[in-house]
Design a protein around this ligand. Sequence first.
Ligand code: AMP
Length: 420
Amino acid sequence: MSTFKAPKGTYDLTPPDSAKYLAVREAISAPLKNSGYGYIETPGFEDVALFSRGVGESTDIVSKEMYTLTTKGGSELALRPEGTASVLRAALEANLHKLGNLPVKLWYSGSYYRYERPQKGRYRHFSQVGAEAIGAEDPALDAELIILADQAYRSLGLQNFRILLNSLGDKECRPVYRDALQGFLRELELDEDTRRRIELNPLRVLDDKRPEVQKQLVGAPVLRDYLCDACKAYHEEVRDLLTAAGVAYEDDEKLVRGLDYYTRTTFEFVHDGLGSQSAVGGGGRYDGLSEMIGGPALPSVGWALGVDRTVLALEAEGIELELPASTSVFAVPLGEEARRVLFAKVTELRKLGVAADFAFGSRGLKGAMKSANRSGARLTVVAGERDLADGVVQLKDMESGEQQPVALDALVAEIQQKLA
Ligand code: AMP
């Protein structure tokens, strides 16, 4: 161990576990790549105002959890706490919405930062794979994204997750509801912080986990009763499309999510094996965000799935991903000449696309064979002076334990045949 440790609330991904994270990212992105989403990558930091305007001043993310910094040049930046605002900013900057047909469909994968109280499943640095469909108001697009996330989780073998679905209304009906809710909340016995929240972001009060608050919330006006006809019809269509696709969901009228930009469809994927940090992913429609950050009207929808929590969900369900061994052939040279000969063979195999590794350092046969075992290779090539004098190497099948001499010239072809 060195003098240093990973900062509080962070952890490192190291082999062999890191392979799971790669596999999860791959599994989440595969359905997107297959559905017309193009890859986008944006900087790890942005103008702080992008998030305060986009995500919302009153949200926990902006008011408490952002890592902000002032650069030597005097710019106010924030490490990105989420992906949507950055992706929309980048799409607008590149004029993607003017180049071709709408929607612009994008996917991304990266690190996000929130200064949160660390606990299992909640970190200060975490990783998400996300998708955004920009510039179209079409219930089929909302349904598409939910279906693709469902497909991603299922492709990993996950079963114990649920989809919570709600509609938050639009700029017509949401303000009417907001007023009604504020009127109701102002009459309750609540602490100062919560009173402030009533004025800033009353929908978030519904999210309060404290039983004494929840008790008072019985009888609060529900958004469903305030949805305008257009929002109702839109939501019905999303629900019908999900049902037709065989994707089960639960209506959850309390689902408001922690970001201000959501309108209409909102959803969350929760996993029942994760304890208090049960949300493995979430998203929704954000029809007003583009205008909030100075762009044109571009109704859009997206989600972000948490990679860390998806890995925890796999563990909770006892799912072992079938990860192919990273090495197929391991070469063990005994002596200087063998080192040169086998190193050349390993290079040749790699050029042909065979995953091969080599016993580096001057270790004895025993240590080198241990490395061969640990590598998971199906075949090991061992060669000493006497073998080379005979023009052969020993090829060992690590599963059966069988070993046979193979002519050096025929080695590559023999390996390819055995691996085929
Ligand atoms: P959000 O952007 O808050 O909707 O988060 C989307 C997903 O990212 C969540 O469902 C989690 O899976 C993941 N996530 C958010 N915050 C954290 C965190 N602090 N640590 C780990 N995962 C997180």
